[in-house]
Design a protein around this ligand. Structure first.
Ligand code: ADP
Length: 580
Protein backbone atom coordinates (compact mmCIF):
# COMPACT_ATOMS: atom_id res chain seq x y z
CA UNK A 1 0.00 0.00 0.00
CA UNK A 2 2.86 2.29 0.91
CA UNK A 3 4.10 1.94 -2.60
CA UNK A 4 1.05 3.59 -4.18
CA UNK A 5 1.55 6.55 -1.89
CA UNK A 6 5.26 6.72 -2.75
CA UNK A 7 4.50 6.44 -6.44
CA UNK A 8 1.90 9.16 -6.25
CA UNK A 9 4.21 11.50 -4.32
CA UNK A 10 7.02 10.79 -6.76
CA UNK A 11 4.83 11.43 -9.79
CA UNK A 12 3.57 14.70 -8.36
CA UNK A 13 7.09 15.83 -7.47
CA UNK A 14 8.40 15.01 -10.93
CA UNK A 15 5.42 16.82 -12.44
CA UNK A 16 6.10 19.95 -10.39
CA UNK A 17 9.82 19.74 -11.19
CA UNK A 18 9.16 19.39 -14.91
CA UNK A 19 6.64 22.21 -14.85
CA UNK A 20 8.88 24.56 -12.96
CA UNK A 21 11.85 23.70 -15.20
CA UNK A 22 9.86 24.45 -18.34
CA UNK A 23 8.36 27.63 -16.85
CA UNK A 24 11.76 28.70 -15.50
CA UNK A 25 13.60 28.17 -18.74
CA UNK A 26 10.90 29.97 -20.73
CA UNK A 27 10.99 32.82 -18.23
CA UNK A 28 14.77 33.18 -18.21
CA UNK A 29 14.93 32.88 -21.98
CA UNK A 30 12.17 35.44 -22.28
CA UNK A 31 13.92 37.89 -19.96
CA UNK A 32 17.23 37.47 -21.83
CA UNK A 33 15.64 37.99 -25.23
CA UNK A 34 13.64 40.94 -23.96
CA UNK A 35 16.78 42.66 -22.77
CA UNK A 36 18.69 42.03 -25.98
CA UNK A 37 15.77 43.38 -28.02
CA UNK A 38 15.50 46.34 -25.72
CA UNK A 39 19.28 46.99 -25.97
CA UNK A 40 19.30 47.05 -29.77
CA UNK A 41 16.08 49.10 -29.87
CA UNK A 42 17.62 51.69 -27.61
CA UNK A 43 20.90 51.69 -29.55
CA UNK A 44 18.94 52.09 -32.81
CA UNK A 45 17.20 55.12 -31.36
CA UNK A 46 20.47 56.55 -29.90
CA UNK A 47 22.54 56.16 -33.06
CA UNK A 48 20.11 58.07 -35.21
CA UNK A 49 21.27 59.39 -38.58
CA UNK A 50 21.59 62.79 -37.01
CA UNK A 51 23.76 61.67 -34.11
CA UNK A 52 26.02 59.74 -36.44
CA UNK A 53 26.40 62.85 -38.57
CA UNK A 54 27.29 64.89 -35.46
CA UNK A 55 29.88 62.25 -34.57
CA UNK A 56 31.32 62.34 -38.07
CA UNK A 57 31.74 66.07 -37.66
CA UNK A 58 33.81 65.60 -34.52
CA UNK A 59 36.27 63.14 -36.05
CA UNK A 60 38.82 65.92 -36.42
CA UNK A 61 38.70 66.76 -32.72
CA UNK A 62 40.14 63.41 -31.69
CA UNK A 63 39.01 60.25 -29.94
CA UNK A 64 38.80 61.76 -26.44
CA UNK A 65 36.38 64.41 -27.59
CA UNK A 66 34.25 61.81 -29.31
CA UNK A 67 34.18 59.75 -26.16
CA UNK A 68 32.99 62.75 -24.13
CA UNK A 69 30.18 63.34 -26.60
CA UNK A 70 29.21 59.78 -26.56
CA UNK A 71 29.11 59.64 -22.79
CA UNK A 72 26.96 62.73 -22.70
CA UNK A 73 24.36 60.92 -24.75
CA UNK A 74 21.60 59.30 -22.73
CA UNK A 75 21.70 55.49 -22.69
CA UNK A 76 25.42 55.32 -23.28
CA UNK A 77 26.58 57.00 -20.12
CA UNK A 78 28.20 55.31 -17.22
CA UNK A 79 24.95 55.56 -15.25
CA UNK A 80 23.99 52.20 -16.66
CA UNK A 81 25.70 49.39 -14.79
CA UNK A 82 27.96 47.13 -16.79
CA UNK A 83 27.75 49.23 -19.96
CA UNK A 84 30.92 50.85 -21.47
CA UNK A 85 31.57 52.97 -24.49
CA UNK A 86 34.84 52.89 -26.48
CA UNK A 87 36.25 54.74 -29.35
CA UNK A 88 38.52 52.58 -31.53
CA UNK A 89 40.65 53.46 -34.47
CA UNK A 90 39.93 51.95 -37.85
CA UNK A 91 42.35 49.06 -37.02
CA UNK A 92 40.41 48.04 -33.90
CA UNK A 93 42.78 49.50 -31.26
CA UNK A 94 41.15 51.27 -28.30
CA UNK A 95 41.81 55.01 -28.32
CA UNK A 96 39.49 56.10 -25.58
CA UNK A 97 36.84 54.44 -23.34
CA UNK A 98 34.55 55.02 -20.36
CA UNK A 99 36.51 52.33 -18.58
CA UNK A 100 40.12 52.54 -19.54
CA UNK A 101 41.09 49.27 -17.94
CA UNK A 102 38.70 47.07 -19.77
CA UNK A 103 40.04 45.34 -22.83
CA UNK A 104 38.02 45.03 -25.99
CA UNK A 105 38.14 41.67 -27.73
CA UNK A 106 37.41 41.17 -31.36
CA UNK A 107 33.71 40.20 -31.60
CA UNK A 108 31.59 39.48 -34.65
CA UNK A 109 30.04 42.91 -34.42
CA UNK A 110 33.47 44.58 -34.22
CA UNK A 111 34.64 42.65 -37.27
CA UNK A 112 31.54 43.87 -39.12
CA UNK A 113 32.39 47.47 -38.15
CA UNK A 114 35.99 46.99 -39.29
CA UNK A 115 34.50 46.10 -42.64
CA UNK A 116 32.49 49.32 -42.61
CA UNK A 117 29.13 47.90 -41.48
CA UNK A 118 27.17 48.44 -38.27
CA UNK A 119 27.57 45.33 -36.12
CA UNK A 120 24.42 44.77 -34.09
CA UNK A 121 23.88 41.08 -33.40
CA UNK A 122 23.98 39.18 -30.18
CA UNK A 123 22.84 35.71 -29.16
CA UNK A 124 21.11 34.88 -25.90
CA UNK A 125 23.93 32.55 -24.98
CA UNK A 126 26.76 35.01 -25.27
CA UNK A 127 27.84 36.64 -22.01
CA UNK A 128 27.61 40.18 -23.42
CA UNK A 129 25.67 42.45 -25.82
CA UNK A 130 27.61 44.82 -28.06
CA UNK A 131 27.24 47.30 -30.85
CA UNK A 132 29.93 48.53 -33.23
CA UNK A 133 29.25 51.59 -35.43
CA UNK A 134 31.89 52.79 -37.95
CA UNK A 135 32.22 56.61 -37.96
CA UNK A 136 33.98 57.87 -41.07
CA UNK A 137 34.96 61.52 -41.04
CA UNK A 138 36.76 63.57 -43.67
CA UNK A 139 40.20 63.01 -42.26
CA UNK A 140 39.91 60.21 -39.78
CA UNK A 141 37.83 57.02 -39.24
CA UNK A 142 36.81 55.60 -35.88
CA UNK A 143 34.66 52.83 -34.58
CA UNK A 144 32.26 53.48 -31.74
CA UNK A 145 31.88 50.36 -29.67
CA UNK A 146 29.24 49.84 -26.96
CA UNK A 147 29.72 46.81 -24.73
CA UNK A 148 27.12 45.69 -22.18
CA UNK A 149 28.20 42.79 -19.97
CA UNK A 150 24.54 41.85 -19.20
CA UNK A 151 24.93 42.43 -15.46
CA UNK A 152 21.37 43.80 -15.21
CA UNK A 153 20.01 40.77 -17.08
CA UNK A 154 22.07 38.43 -14.98
CA UNK A 155 20.85 40.00 -11.77
CA UNK A 156 17.27 39.73 -12.94
CA UNK A 157 17.76 36.13 -14.10
CA UNK A 158 19.27 35.27 -10.74
CA UNK A 159 16.23 36.79 -9.07
CA UNK A 160 13.88 34.89 -11.31
CA UNK A 161 15.85 31.72 -10.55
CA UNK A 162 15.49 32.40 -6.85
CA UNK A 163 11.73 32.85 -7.21
CA UNK A 164 11.47 29.70 -9.26
CA UNK A 165 13.45 27.63 -6.76
CA UNK A 166 11.39 29.03 -3.90
CA UNK A 167 8.11 28.32 -5.62
CA UNK A 168 9.46 24.86 -6.57
CA UNK A 169 10.16 24.10 -2.92
CA UNK A 170 6.79 25.45 -1.85
CA UNK A 171 4.99 23.67 -4.67
CA UNK A 172 6.69 20.41 -3.73
CA UNK A 173 5.65 20.86 -0.11
CA UNK A 174 2.03 21.46 -1.09
CA UNK A 175 2.23 18.56 -3.53
CA UNK A 176 3.59 16.26 -0.86
CA UNK A 177 0.68 17.04 1.46
CA UNK A 178 -1.85 16.85 -1.36
CA UNK A 179 -0.56 13.58 -2.75
CA UNK A 180 -0.49 11.99 0.69
CA UNK A 181 -4.11 13.04 1.17
CA UNK A 182 -5.02 11.82 -2.31
CA UNK A 183 -3.28 8.52 -1.73
CA UNK A 184 -5.23 8.16 1.50
CA UNK A 185 -8.50 8.66 -0.40
CA UNK A 186 -7.43 6.02 -2.95
CA UNK A 187 -5.94 3.58 -0.50
CA UNK A 188 -8.81 3.36 2.01
CA UNK A 189 -11.30 1.64 -0.36
CA UNK A 190 -8.50 -0.46 -1.83
CA UNK A 191 -7.61 -1.67 1.67
CA UNK A 192 -11.27 -2.56 2.27
CA UNK A 193 -11.28 -4.46 -1.04
CA UNK A 194 -8.15 -6.35 -0.16
CA UNK A 195 -9.58 -7.25 3.26
CA UNK A 196 -12.79 -8.41 1.57
CA UNK A 197 -10.82 -10.54 -0.89
CA UNK A 198 -8.99 -12.25 1.96
CA UNK A 199 -12.30 -12.89 3.73
CA UNK A 200 -13.87 -14.38 0.58
CA UNK A 201 -10.78 -16.51 0.00
CA UNK A 202 -11.26 -17.86 3.53
CA UNK A 203 -14.85 -18.79 2.56
CA UNK A 204 -16.67 -16.03 4.48
CA UNK A 205 -19.36 -14.53 2.24
CA UNK A 206 -21.39 -12.96 5.03
CA UNK A 207 -20.43 -9.30 4.53
CA UNK A 208 -20.92 -7.12 1.48
CA UNK A 209 -18.39 -4.36 0.86
CA UNK A 210 -19.78 -0.85 1.12
CA UNK A 211 -19.62 1.14 -2.13
CA UNK A 212 -18.44 4.60 -1.01
CA UNK A 213 -17.77 6.29 -4.34
CA UNK A 214 -19.06 6.43 -7.89
CA UNK A 215 -15.61 6.27 -9.47
CA UNK A 216 -13.66 3.31 -10.84
CA UNK A 217 -12.92 2.06 -7.32
CA UNK A 218 -16.64 2.18 -6.57
CA UNK A 219 -17.28 0.18 -9.74
CA UNK A 220 -14.55 -2.26 -8.74
CA UNK A 221 -16.14 -2.68 -5.29
CA UNK A 222 -19.53 -3.29 -6.91
CA UNK A 223 -17.97 -5.82 -9.30
CA UNK A 224 -16.24 -7.47 -6.37
CA UNK A 225 -19.56 -7.79 -4.52
CA UNK A 226 -21.17 -9.28 -7.65
CA UNK A 227 -18.26 -11.66 -8.08
CA UNK A 228 -18.39 -12.87 -4.49
CA UNK A 229 -22.17 -13.43 -4.78
CA UNK A 230 -21.68 -15.51 -7.95
CA UNK A 231 -18.83 -17.37 -6.25
CA UNK A 232 -21.01 -18.07 -3.20
CA UNK A 233 -23.84 -19.39 -5.41
CA UNK A 234 -21.43 -21.53 -7.42
CA UNK A 235 -19.85 -22.93 -4.28
CA UNK A 236 -23.29 -23.66 -2.81
CA UNK A 237 -24.30 -25.46 -6.01
CA UNK A 238 -21.07 -27.47 -5.98
CA UNK A 239 -21.56 -28.30 -2.30
CA UNK A 240 -25.11 -29.37 -3.02
CA UNK A 241 -23.92 -31.57 -5.86
CA UNK A 242 -21.24 -33.07 -3.62
CA UNK A 243 -23.75 -33.77 -0.86
CA UNK A 244 -26.04 -35.50 -3.34
CA UNK A 245 -23.17 -37.60 -4.61
CA UNK A 246 -21.94 -38.53 -1.16
CA UNK A 247 -25.46 -39.52 -0.07
CA UNK A 248 -25.70 -41.62 -3.21
CA UNK A 249 -22.31 -43.17 -2.49
CA UNK A 250 -23.25 -43.81 1.11
CA UNK A 251 -26.50 -45.61 0.39
CA UNK A 252 -25.94 -47.34 -2.92
CA UNK A 253 -25.83 -51.11 -2.80
CA UNK A 254 -22.98 -51.34 -5.28
CA UNK A 255 -19.49 -50.74 -3.96
CA UNK A 256 -17.54 -47.78 -5.32
CA UNK A 257 -13.81 -47.16 -4.87
CA UNK A 258 -12.05 -44.19 -6.47
CA UNK A 259 -8.29 -44.17 -7.06
CA UNK A 260 -6.00 -41.35 -8.19
CA UNK A 261 -3.64 -41.78 -11.16
CA UNK A 262 -0.98 -43.21 -8.82
CA UNK A 263 -3.40 -45.85 -7.57
CA UNK A 264 -3.97 -44.35 -4.11
CA UNK A 265 -7.48 -44.66 -2.69
CA UNK A 266 -9.39 -41.37 -2.74
CA UNK A 267 -12.78 -42.64 -1.71
CA UNK A 268 -14.57 -45.87 -0.82
CA UNK A 269 -18.22 -46.24 0.14
CA UNK A 270 -19.54 -48.51 2.94
CA UNK A 271 -20.82 -51.07 0.42
CA UNK A 272 -17.28 -51.42 -0.98
CA UNK A 273 -15.83 -51.83 2.52
CA UNK A 274 -18.38 -54.54 3.27
CA UNK A 275 -17.93 -56.41 -0.02
CA UNK A 276 -14.14 -56.32 0.04
CA UNK A 277 -14.08 -57.25 3.71
CA UNK A 278 -11.49 -54.57 4.44
CA UNK A 279 -11.24 -50.79 4.36
CA UNK A 280 -9.66 -49.84 1.00
CA UNK A 281 -8.45 -46.58 2.56
CA UNK A 282 -6.15 -48.64 4.78
CA UNK A 283 -4.92 -50.89 1.97
CA UNK A 284 -1.89 -50.44 -0.23
CA UNK A 285 -3.92 -49.05 -3.15
CA UNK A 286 -4.98 -50.29 -6.57
CA UNK A 287 -2.20 -52.82 -7.15
CA UNK A 288 -2.74 -54.52 -3.82
CA UNK A 289 -6.51 -54.63 -4.25
CA UNK A 290 -7.04 -55.32 -7.94
CA UNK A 291 -3.50 -55.85 -9.28
CA UNK A 292 -4.22 -59.52 -9.95
CA UNK A 293 -7.30 -58.73 -12.02
CA UNK A 294 -5.93 -55.85 -14.09
CA UNK A 295 -3.20 -53.21 -14.25
CA UNK A 296 -3.85 -49.55 -13.45
CA UNK A 297 -2.24 -48.06 -16.62
CA UNK A 298 -4.39 -50.36 -18.73
CA UNK A 299 -7.52 -48.75 -17.24
CA UNK A 300 -6.09 -45.21 -17.29
CA UNK A 301 -5.42 -45.52 -21.03
CA UNK A 302 -9.06 -46.28 -21.84
CA UNK A 303 -11.17 -43.71 -23.64
CA UNK A 304 -14.62 -42.88 -22.34
CA UNK A 305 -17.04 -44.73 -22.45
CA UNK A 306 -14.80 -47.82 -22.50
CA UNK A 307 -14.39 -49.84 -19.31
CA UNK A 308 -12.78 -53.01 -18.03
CA UNK A 309 -15.06 -55.74 -16.73
CA UNK A 310 -13.56 -58.44 -14.57
CA UNK A 311 -14.31 -60.67 -11.59
CA UNK A 312 -12.73 -61.17 -8.22
CA UNK A 313 -13.37 -63.65 -5.44
CA UNK A 314 -13.12 -62.42 -1.86
CA UNK A 315 -13.68 -65.22 0.66
CA UNK A 316 -16.89 -66.91 -0.49
CA UNK A 317 -18.09 -63.81 -2.36
CA UNK A 318 -18.04 -63.40 -6.12
CA UNK A 319 -17.56 -59.76 -7.09
CA UNK A 320 -18.00 -58.31 -10.54
CA UNK A 321 -15.72 -55.29 -11.13
CA UNK A 322 -16.29 -52.46 -13.61
CA UNK A 323 -13.31 -50.12 -13.96
CA UNK A 324 -13.32 -46.86 -15.86
CA UNK A 325 -10.95 -43.88 -15.89
CA UNK A 326 -11.97 -40.32 -15.10
CA UNK A 327 -10.21 -37.22 -16.39
CA UNK A 328 -9.34 -33.75 -15.21
CA UNK A 329 -8.88 -31.17 -17.96
CA UNK A 330 -8.52 -33.89 -20.55
CA UNK A 331 -5.79 -35.95 -18.92
CA UNK A 332 -6.39 -39.18 -16.92
CA UNK A 333 -6.80 -38.32 -13.24
CA UNK A 334 -7.79 -41.65 -11.76
CA UNK A 335 -9.94 -44.75 -11.88
CA UNK A 336 -13.39 -45.54 -10.50
CA UNK A 337 -14.11 -49.16 -9.64
CA UNK A 338 -17.74 -50.18 -9.26
CA UNK A 339 -18.19 -53.47 -7.40
CA UNK A 340 -21.23 -55.60 -7.89
CA UNK A 341 -21.88 -58.53 -5.54
CA UNK A 342 -22.91 -61.44 -7.77
CA UNK A 343 -22.54 -64.15 -5.11
CA UNK A 344 -26.27 -64.92 -5.04
CA UNK A 345 -26.49 -64.85 -8.82
CA UNK A 346 -23.56 -67.22 -9.15
CA UNK A 347 -25.01 -69.48 -6.45
CA UNK A 348 -28.38 -69.67 -8.11
CA UNK A 349 -26.73 -70.36 -11.45
CA UNK A 350 -24.78 -73.13 -9.75
CA UNK A 351 -27.96 -74.48 -8.09
CA UNK A 352 -29.76 -74.41 -11.41
CA UNK A 353 -26.93 -76.33 -13.11
CA UNK A 354 -26.85 -78.88 -10.29
CA UNK A 355 -30.63 -79.16 -10.43
CA UNK A 356 -30.64 -79.91 -14.14
CA UNK A 357 -27.87 -82.44 -13.62
CA UNK A 358 -29.83 -84.02 -10.76
CA UNK A 359 -33.06 -84.20 -12.71
CA UNK A 360 -31.32 -85.83 -15.65
CA UNK A 361 -29.58 -88.27 -13.35
CA UNK A 362 -32.76 -89.12 -11.41
CA UNK A 363 -34.69 -89.79 -14.59
CA UNK A 364 -31.91 -91.66 -16.36
CA UNK A 365 -31.65 -94.42 -13.72
CA UNK A 366 -35.29 -95.59 -13.97
CA UNK A 367 -35.21 -95.11 -17.75
CA UNK A 368 -32.14 -97.31 -18.04
CA UNK A 369 -33.83 -99.93 -15.90
CA UNK A 370 -37.02 -99.78 -17.97
CA UNK A 371 -35.03 -100.05 -21.17
CA UNK A 372 -32.83 -102.97 -20.07
CA UNK A 373 -35.75 -105.02 -18.69
CA UNK A 374 -37.84 -104.30 -21.76
CA UNK A 375 -34.91 -105.24 -24.05
CA UNK A 376 -34.28 -108.46 -22.16
CA UNK A 377 -37.92 -109.35 -22.59
CA UNK A 378 -37.85 -108.42 -26.27
CA UNK A 379 -34.66 -110.46 -26.82
CA UNK A 380 -36.17 -113.48 -25.09
CA UNK A 381 -39.12 -113.26 -27.51
CA UNK A 382 -41.58 -114.96 -25.14
CA UNK A 383 -39.10 -117.63 -23.99
CA UNK A 384 -38.94 -116.27 -20.44
CA UNK A 385 -40.69 -118.17 -17.68
CA UNK A 386 -43.99 -116.44 -16.87
CA UNK A 387 -42.97 -115.64 -13.23
CA UNK A 388 -39.78 -113.94 -14.43
CA UNK A 389 -41.67 -112.06 -17.11
CA UNK A 390 -44.15 -110.95 -14.46
CA UNK A 391 -41.30 -109.82 -12.24
CA UNK A 392 -39.69 -107.82 -15.11
CA UNK A 393 -43.00 -106.17 -15.92
CA UNK A 394 -43.53 -105.15 -12.32
CA UNK A 395 -40.01 -103.60 -12.25
CA UNK A 396 -40.88 -101.67 -15.41
CA UNK A 397 -44.17 -100.49 -13.90
CA UNK A 398 -42.42 -99.50 -10.63
CA UNK A 399 -39.77 -97.50 -12.46
CA UNK A 400 -42.45 -95.79 -14.56
CA UNK A 401 -44.30 -94.95 -11.35
CA UNK A 402 -41.10 -93.54 -9.90
CA UNK A 403 -40.56 -91.34 -12.91
CA UNK A 404 -44.15 -90.18 -12.73
CA UNK A 405 -43.66 -89.31 -9.04
CA UNK A 406 -40.47 -87.39 -9.79
CA UNK A 407 -42.11 -85.49 -12.62
CA UNK A 408 -45.16 -84.77 -10.47
CA UNK A 409 -43.00 -83.52 -7.59
CA UNK A 410 -40.98 -81.36 -9.99
CA UNK A 411 -44.18 -79.92 -11.40
CA UNK A 412 -45.40 -79.11 -7.89
CA UNK A 413 -42.09 -77.36 -7.07
CA UNK A 414 -42.05 -75.44 -10.33
CA UNK A 415 -45.59 -74.26 -9.62
CA UNK A 416 -44.36 -72.96 -6.27
CA UNK A 417 -41.34 -71.36 -7.99
CA UNK A 418 -43.49 -69.47 -10.44
CA UNK A 419 -46.19 -68.61 -7.88
CA UNK A 420 -48.75 -70.59 -9.88
CA UNK A 421 -49.71 -72.98 -7.08
CA UNK A 422 -53.38 -72.62 -6.31
CA UNK A 423 -54.39 -73.04 -2.69
CA UNK A 424 -57.77 -73.98 -1.30
CA UNK A 425 -57.70 -71.94 1.85
CA UNK A 426 -60.17 -72.84 4.57
CA UNK A 427 -60.33 -72.92 8.33
CA UNK A 428 -59.93 -76.48 9.54
CA UNK A 429 -59.15 -78.49 12.63
CA UNK A 430 -55.42 -79.12 12.91
CA UNK A 431 -56.08 -81.99 15.33
CA UNK A 432 -58.50 -83.55 12.83
CA UNK A 433 -55.93 -83.29 10.03
CA UNK A 434 -53.26 -84.98 12.16
CA UNK A 435 -55.62 -87.83 13.08
CA UNK A 436 -56.54 -88.31 9.41
CA UNK A 437 -52.84 -88.54 8.54
CA UNK A 438 -52.29 -91.11 11.30
CA UNK A 439 -55.13 -93.16 9.88
CA UNK A 440 -53.76 -92.90 6.34
CA UNK A 441 -50.30 -94.18 7.28
CA UNK A 442 -51.44 -96.69 9.89
CA UNK A 443 -51.41 -99.56 7.43
CA UNK A 444 -47.95 -98.72 6.13
CA UNK A 445 -46.64 -98.46 9.71
CA UNK A 446 -48.17 -101.78 10.62
CA UNK A 447 -46.57 -103.38 7.55
CA UNK A 448 -43.17 -102.29 8.90
CA UNK A 449 -44.04 -103.52 12.39
CA UNK A 450 -43.86 -99.97 13.80
CA UNK A 451 -45.88 -98.78 16.77
CA UNK A 452 -47.63 -95.56 15.80
CA UNK A 453 -48.95 -93.45 18.67
CA UNK A 454 -50.95 -90.24 18.36
CA UNK A 455 -51.07 -87.69 21.21
CA UNK A 456 -53.06 -84.67 20.11
CA UNK A 457 -54.95 -82.41 22.60
CA UNK A 458 -58.66 -81.94 21.85
CA UNK A 459 -58.57 -78.18 22.31
CA UNK A 460 -55.86 -77.65 19.68
CA UNK A 461 -56.62 -74.38 17.83
CA UNK A 462 -57.78 -74.51 14.26
CA UNK A 463 -55.62 -73.26 11.38
CA UNK A 464 -56.27 -71.39 8.16
CA UNK A 465 -54.81 -73.01 5.08
CA UNK A 466 -55.01 -75.64 2.39
CA UNK A 467 -55.93 -78.75 4.36
CA UNK A 468 -54.88 -81.22 1.61
CA UNK A 469 -51.44 -79.71 1.31
CA UNK A 470 -50.86 -79.54 5.07
CA UNK A 471 -51.86 -83.20 5.25
CA UNK A 472 -49.52 -83.91 2.31
CA UNK A 473 -46.67 -82.40 4.34
CA UNK A 474 -47.52 -84.46 7.43
CA UNK A 475 -47.92 -87.68 5.41
CA UNK A 476 -44.54 -87.06 3.84
CA UNK A 477 -42.88 -86.55 7.22
CA UNK A 478 -44.53 -89.61 8.80
CA UNK A 479 -43.73 -91.72 5.70
CA UNK A 480 -40.06 -90.66 6.08
CA UNK A 481 -40.18 -91.72 9.72
CA UNK A 482 -41.60 -95.08 8.63
CA UNK A 483 -39.02 -95.45 5.82
CA UNK A 484 -35.98 -94.43 7.80
CA UNK A 485 -36.74 -96.48 10.92
CA UNK A 486 -35.81 -100.13 10.98
CA UNK A 487 -38.83 -102.44 11.22
CA UNK A 488 -40.44 -102.66 14.65
CA UNK A 489 -39.66 -99.07 15.54
CA UNK A 490 -41.68 -96.52 17.46
CA UNK A 491 -43.26 -93.51 15.80
CA UNK A 492 -45.03 -90.77 17.78
CA UNK A 493 -47.33 -88.09 16.46
CA UNK A 494 -47.59 -85.19 18.93
CA UNK A 495 -49.20 -81.74 18.75
CA UNK A 496 -49.47 -78.61 20.91
CA UNK A 497 -49.60 -74.83 21.09
CA UNK A 498 -46.71 -72.45 21.48
CA UNK A 499 -47.73 -68.78 21.70
CA UNK A 500 -49.72 -67.97 18.60
CA UNK A 501 -48.46 -71.04 16.78
CA UNK A 502 -49.61 -74.63 16.72
CA UNK A 503 -47.11 -77.40 16.16
CA UNK A 504 -47.02 -81.06 15.21
CA UNK A 505 -44.05 -83.32 15.91
CA UNK A 506 -43.22 -86.65 14.29
CA UNK A 507 -40.70 -88.51 16.43
CA UNK A 508 -39.06 -91.80 15.48
CA UNK A 509 -36.29 -93.97 16.88
CA UNK A 510 -34.87 -94.70 13.45
CA UNK A 511 -31.48 -94.39 11.78
CA UNK A 512 -31.16 -90.65 12.40
CA UNK A 513 -29.31 -88.13 10.29
CA UNK A 514 -25.62 -87.13 10.59
CA UNK A 515 -25.28 -83.54 11.84
CA UNK A 516 -23.41 -82.39 8.74
CA UNK A 517 -26.36 -83.34 6.52
CA UNK A 518 -29.01 -81.50 8.57
CA UNK A 519 -28.65 -78.06 6.90
CA UNK A 520 -28.95 -79.53 3.41
CA UNK A 521 -32.04 -81.74 3.83
CA UNK A 522 -34.35 -79.16 2.25
CA UNK A 523 -32.28 -78.90 -0.94
CA UNK A 524 -33.87 -80.45 -3.97
CA UNK A 525 -32.77 -84.10 -4.53
CA UNK A 526 -30.64 -84.06 -1.40
CA UNK A 527 -30.61 -87.42 0.27
CA UNK A 528 -28.43 -88.76 3.06
CA UNK A 529 -28.49 -92.31 1.80
CA UNK A 530 -29.35 -92.34 -1.90
CA UNK A 531 -29.68 -96.08 -2.25
CA UNK A 532 -31.99 -96.44 0.73
CA UNK A 533 -34.15 -93.53 -0.41
CA UNK A 534 -34.50 -94.88 -3.91
CA UNK A 535 -35.19 -98.36 -2.63
CA UNK A 536 -38.07 -97.06 -0.57
CA UNK A 537 -39.47 -95.06 -3.49
CA UNK A 538 -38.23 -91.62 -2.37
CA UNK A 539 -37.56 -88.84 -4.85
CA UNK A 540 -35.45 -86.58 -2.64
CA UNK A 541 -37.98 -83.81 -3.25
CA UNK A 542 -40.45 -84.46 -0.40
CA UNK A 543 -38.86 -82.15 2.21
CA UNK A 544 -38.33 -79.39 -0.41
CA UNK A 545 -42.02 -79.49 -1.24
CA UNK A 546 -42.94 -79.59 2.46
CA UNK A 547 -40.89 -76.52 3.27
CA UNK A 548 -42.38 -74.66 0.26
CA UNK A 549 -45.93 -75.47 1.38
CA UNK A 550 -45.19 -74.29 4.93
CA UNK A 551 -43.55 -71.14 3.63
CA UNK A 552 -46.79 -70.39 1.77
CA UNK A 553 -48.65 -70.82 5.07
CA UNK A 554 -46.19 -68.64 7.03
CA UNK A 555 -45.22 -71.75 8.92
CA UNK A 556 -41.96 -73.62 9.41
CA UNK A 557 -40.45 -77.08 9.35
CA UNK A 558 -37.44 -78.04 11.49
CA UNK A 559 -35.52 -81.31 11.87
CA UNK A 560 -33.68 -82.48 15.00
CA UNK A 561 -31.81 -85.69 14.79
CA UNK A 562 -29.23 -87.81 16.57
CA UNK A 563 -27.47 -90.12 14.17
CA UNK A 564 -28.32 -93.73 15.01
CA UNK A 565 -30.86 -92.75 17.65
CA UNK A 566 -33.80 -91.14 15.90
CA UNK A 567 -35.28 -88.06 14.34
CA UNK A 568 -37.85 -85.46 15.33
CA UNK A 569 -39.48 -83.32 12.65
CA UNK A 570 -41.47 -80.30 13.87
CA UNK A 571 -44.05 -78.53 11.71
CA UNK A 572 -45.26 -75.15 12.99
CA UNK A 573 -48.24 -73.13 11.69
CA UNK A 574 -49.95 -69.95 12.82
CA UNK A 575 -53.16 -70.62 14.74
CA UNK A 576 -56.28 -69.39 12.91
CA UNK A 577 -57.08 -66.62 15.42
CA UNK A 578 -53.51 -65.37 15.74
CA UNK A 579 -52.33 -62.08 14.27
CA UNK A 580 -49.90 -63.92 12.03
P1 ADP B 1 -36.93 -88.84 0.12
O1 ADP B 1 -37.91 -88.92 -0.96
O2 ADP B 1 -35.58 -89.35 -0.24
O3 ADP B 1 -37.42 -89.32 1.42
P2 ADP B 1 -37.13 -86.29 1.42
O4 ADP B 1 -36.91 -84.94 0.85
O5 ADP B 1 -38.42 -86.61 1.98
O6 ADP B 1 -36.70 -87.30 0.27
O7 ADP B 1 -36.01 -86.55 2.52
C1 ADP B 1 -34.71 -86.17 2.25
C2 ADP B 1 -33.72 -87.08 2.96
O8 ADP B 1 -33.76 -86.81 4.37
C3 ADP B 1 -34.01 -88.51 2.86
O9 ADP B 1 -33.44 -89.05 1.69
C4 ADP B 1 -33.36 -89.07 4.13
O10 ADP B 1 -32.02 -89.35 3.88
C5 ADP B 1 -33.48 -87.96 5.12
N1 ADP B 1 -34.60 -88.18 6.09
C6 ADP B 1 -35.82 -87.61 6.05
N2 ADP B 1 -36.55 -87.97 7.12
C7 ADP B 1 -35.78 -88.79 7.85
C8 ADP B 1 -36.00 -89.52 9.09
N3 ADP B 1 -37.13 -89.48 9.77
N4 ADP B 1 -34.94 -90.27 9.54
C9 ADP B 1 -33.79 -90.32 8.86
N5 ADP B 1 -33.54 -89.68 7.69
C10 ADP B 1 -34.54 -88.93 7.21
Amino acid sequence: MGSIRTKLVLIMMLLILALMTVVGSFLINGVGNFYIDQFYDEMGRTFSQEFIRQLQDTTDEGAEEMKERLMAKAGLGIDIAGRNVYVLDSGGAVLAGSDQTAAVSTTTNLLAALNGQVGQDSSITSPYMDLAVPITGDNASYIVYVLDNKSTVNDLTANVMDIIVQSLIMGMGICLVLSVLLAQILITPLRALSKGTRRVAAGDFSEKLEVTSRDEIGALTRDFNDMSRVLRDTLAAAENERNKLSTLFLHMTDGVVAFDAQGRVIHANPAAVQMLGCDPAKSGGFDEMFGQETQLPQVLDLESPEFVETEKTVGDRSLELFMAPFTTEGSPAGVIVVIHDVTEQRKSEQTRREFVANVSHELRTPLTNVKSYAETMADAAGDLPPELQQQFLSVIINEADRMTRIVQDLLTLSKFDYGKMEMNISRFSFAGAIRDVAEAVAMDARNHGHTLTVDVPDDLPEVNGDRDRIQQVLINVVSNAIKYTPNGGRIELLAGVSGEMVWAKVRDNGIGIPEKDLPRLFERFYRVDKARSRESGGTGLGLSIASEILRQHKGEIAIDSVYGKGTTVTVTLPAADSQA
